[in-house]
Design a protein around this ligand. Sequence first.
Ligand code: RB5
Length: 150
Amino acid sequence: MKLAIGADHGGVNLKGGIIELLKSKGHEVTDFGACRLEPEDDYPDFAARVAGAVRSGQAERGILICGSGVGASVAANKFKGIRAAVCHDCFSAHQGVEDDDMNVICLGARIIGEEAAREVVERFVGARFSGAPRHLRRLNKVREMEKEFG
Ligand code: RB5
């Protein structure tokens, strides 16, 4: 799968291991930075790059890492077509895709450990939207909201 990843200073130390893991599983990963620990960088900048890659089709899904995952998800959800959520457990990571068609996962490196993060990300990329009529109906309602209130 083509994936986009980005992290601010709160998440940059976790990013390298996640990229390595994904590449070792055969995924194509585009790294949108940060390239080094820069305490003054801002999570919206990385959220914008990853969201842009997903919206354009350059990547099928995105992964954002900040300190808590919260800022990254708030920023990413400002972009039409992005369905981002903070997930620190495997159930949410796969069910968010299967039921809600989540296309960006957000992690908080100050909350989740490296091993748990790896498992969560693996469940996220391994999941597929079920397309079940009830989930499609709900997704379409979200899309309508985006049109009306976005
Ligand atoms: C940055 O210090 C921190 O606020 C950011 O990484 C993130 O946790 C925001 O939600």
